[in-house]
Design a binder for this molecule. Sequence first.
Ligand code: GLN
Length: 497
Amino acid sequence: MSAAKDLHHLGVAGLSRALAAREVSATEAAQHFLARARDRQALGAFLAIDESVTLAQARTADARIAAGGAPALAGVPVAHKDIFVTTDFPTTAGSRMLAGYRSPFDATVVRKLAEAGAVTLGKLSCDEFAMGSANENVAVPAVGAQQATPVRNPWDTGRVPGGSSGGSAVAVAAGLAPAATGTDTGGSIRQPASFCGVTGIKPTYGRASRYGMVAFASSLDQAGPMARSAEDCALLLGALCGPDPQRDATSLDRPAEDYTRHLGDSLQGLRIGVPREFVGEGVAPGVRAAIEAALAEYEKLGARRVEVSLPRTELSIPVYYILAAAEASSNLSRFDGVKFGYRAPEYRDLADMYRKTREQGFGDEVKRRIMIGTYVLSHGYYDAYYLQAQKVRRMIADDFQQAFRDCDVIAGPAAPTVAWKLGEHGDDPVADYLADIFTLPASLAGLPGMSVPAGFDGAMPVGLQLIGNYFGEARLLNAAHQFQQATDWHLRTPPGF
Ligand code: GLN
């Protein structure tokens, strides 16, 4: 490692090699990224930074490295989406409701990464309770700001970074962290990764523990890493996944895996299924061109393109926005002013305290979801909406199994467009919902999916989405890795990197 000023170019794999070889210390790495985060705080990526906590963790990592036999990620700085609870930093989930909240325990994902030696750089902005597609729904101020601030896309600071893990995508894209955690309920890892030109993977539902992830829609919520390459994601995914039977009943009973084990496999004969519904009208021409070029690259690598169909793709939008809202309305009932965070300062009686706390603590989008969710669960509408949506959800999952008879991996765009301008969707939440069309199906089916940088439309990055069958993460990561060995889209950096 020549100069410390280049550390943000190394990525997780490169940095962990440099740390293990003692070419750089964990303390130097932490200082480097903290300085970058400070210099670029106008991007709004961080909601909490505490240099003394980070540097103390870095010193511990340095001691582990010096003692020998340190774990793979020892000293690698990672920042966490502010939806994971942490003892060392406040947790807000982007909401006024949790202002001032400090968790008495760490989320399992946070704990596992710490055990693997990662050093926490801070907490990253996100849409309130992970509800959004643009990170414009954040209700608490970013580090250095007086008021709640949307996160800015480093490729064009007049544009959104995507959401809800917008802070995570920006931190990686702008080199404020080599890697970040995100969560994906309906696309919140894949879509911001696509908008910011980084790599992100959501594993099979149940692969990562949800313990300590502030719950949005429990049957969909899943954690995953965002980084600059598939190799980096594989390293992190291996550290953060695994069963957690005592704490998350939906965590699957499968041992942790080495997700790097297939990196290097040939793609010869791999059948890439392109759903006809993913490349039709509604996809911006520049996005379609980038995706077509990426598919052609796969053919050069020996893969075979086949057409498949996911006929209920359009239905995934109403199905998701019924089910996610229903689950959210139940999960968010815990925020009543008694147990966590915010309580209205003035009220008449208990019912009034609940009412005022929730009225003042939740933002508009969260209230909208709670109202839709309670409506679709109410007597008389349950069968017509909630139950019906559950049935269609099952059909969407079946459609994937049908498609996987003819292909090994499904590919298409992560989103129909590149990042839009800040404020462009204004007061139209449906415009945001529609933009989730290509990420929602895999979420509803519980399948692993990722977004891989695959070119540009104008100045803005385009993400190629790859979807695998259940537990297909290792092969999915290799499909992305082979593409990244043959292209350099993932190495492109935004202005001023
Ligand atoms: N954009 C979707 C929503 O607003 C997905 C969010 C997510 O994956 N957390 O619900």
